[in-house]
Design a protein around this ligand. Structure first.
Ligand SMILES: C=CCOC(=O)Nc1nc2cc3[nH]c(NC)nc3cc2c(=O)[nH]1
Length: 375
């Protein structure tokens, strides 16, 4: 079967386990490691496709659960799929977007057939199964879709986690069988197992035997300490095929992106840049800046002196602070633009450091300047 998603490994950093690669999709080829901005409801909040393109975004995310509820996957399909609907002609990946609902809400009940839970908008009873999740994603038409899994809360007991990953593996097989468009959309399996090496091995073994075109590492960035995430990655990514893309779901902050790349991750997504941007917090090369602080009232310098983005070339901290304080929409557009640009450019620097076999040195320099504590 010709798979629509192909990962091309260009080189591995000699200082670390990081990989430089190219992700080939039906909507273009994009270098990895890559950061994928999140557009939950078919828009990366406040930013236009043109702005996302000019900053270098390649693949963006949308959420199966949210689009199923609003506007409905049938309407998106009638529009010709997500690319046509949102006027985005590069890569799209759909994840569930409901992992909070499925895993973290007390109203959910998980059975072999699927998950019973409540509509977060109106409380209606809902049911999602592996087959339904694939049907919705087939209708949405993303280039990469995700297998329906359980993302257990952190922490979870070994016993709970063991029966959860075994069900997730059975669900993954059901997703493969239900997938109606395997030549147009790549279906990724999601490895679970929490912090338990034996269960991560079992989950990876099950999914690799099903030969997915790509693999996600799930169950992380759910409240565990960063050391736990890094340790889990250290023993999980080597279990995944070197010639397939590896996607760390829901990550993340600048330090986690660098540490994930060092541990062999190729794809990242996180709502952080637009979410914190909306409350006026920006990531800069010297660490986070909370623009509402009074100290910036007369600060006529850019958000980040080392950034060449549209926001930093044209506006000052004082002006952006004023807009955010006055709840002016243009303010969160400027902070969101800068934050997404910052993470996309960070991944460009990571890729360059891999080319030069110096990602460990880059980590040192970046952590020092950003203010992250030493390893
Ligand atoms: C259609 C079905 C597709 O299913 C999924 O998208 N499943 C899934 N999503 C996740 C999302 C996460 N966000 C974070 N942190 C912000 N951690 C995450 C972990 C997972 C995960 O283990 N699984």
């Amino acid at each position: 079967m010709t798979t629509p998603i192909r990962f091309e490994l260009i080189k591995t950093c000699r200082q670390t386990g990081a990989r430089l690669g190219i992700l080939h999709t039906p909507h273009g080829s994009f270098e990895t490691p890559m950061f994928m901005p999140v557009g939950t409801l078919a828009t990366v909040k406040t930013l236009s496709p043109e702005e996302l393109k000019e900053m270098g975004a390649g693949v963006i995310l949308s959420n199966t659960y949210h689009l199923w509820l609003r506007p409905g996957h049938d309407i998106v399909a009638e529009a010709g799929g997500l690319h046509a609907f949102m006027n985005w002609d590069r890569g799209i990946l759909t994840d569930s977007g409901g992992f909070q609902v499925f895993s973290l809400s007390e109203f959910r009940r998980i059975e072999e057939e699927g998950v019973y839970f409540r509509n977060h908008l109106n409380g209606d009873k809902l049911f999602l199964s592996p087959e339904k999740a694939v049907e919705i994603q087939n209708a949405l038409g993303a280039d990469i879709i995700m297998a329906f899994d359980e993302c257990p809360p952190y922490p979870a007991t070994y016993e709970y986690m063991k029966q959860s990953i075994e069900r997730t593996s059975r669900w993954a097989e059901r997703c493969l069988k239900a997938h109606r468009r395997p030549n147009e959309q790549g279906l990724f399996g999601i490895v679970q197992g929490g912090e338990y090496e034996e269960l991560r091995r079992q989950s990876a073994r099950d999914l690799v035997s099903l030969d997915f075109p790509g693999y996600a590492v799930g169950g992380l960035s759910v409240g565990e300490p960063k050391e736990v995430m890094n340790r889990v990655l250290e023993f999980t990514t080597p279990l995944l095929p070197a010639d397939k893309p590896r996607y760390l779901m829901g990550v993340g902050s600048p330090d986690s992106l660098i540490d994930g790349a060092i541990r062999g991750i190729d794809m990242f997504d996180c709502v952080l840049p637009t979410r914190i941007g909306r409350n006026g917090t920006v990531m800069t090369s010297e660490g986070r800046v909370v623009i509402k602080n009074a100290q910036y009232a007369r600060d006529f310098s850019p958000l980040d002196p080392h950034c060449d983005c549209y926001t930093c070339r044209n506006y000052t901290r004082a002006y952006i602070r004023h807009l955010i304080k006055c709840d002016e929409t243009f303010g969160i557009r400027l902070t969101s633009y800068h934050n997404v640009y910052f993470l996309i450019k960070l991944m460009e620097q990571v890729r360059q450091a891999i080319r030069e076999d110096r990602l460990a040195d880059f980590r040192e320099e970046f952590f020092e300047r950003y203010g992250f504590n030493k390893p």
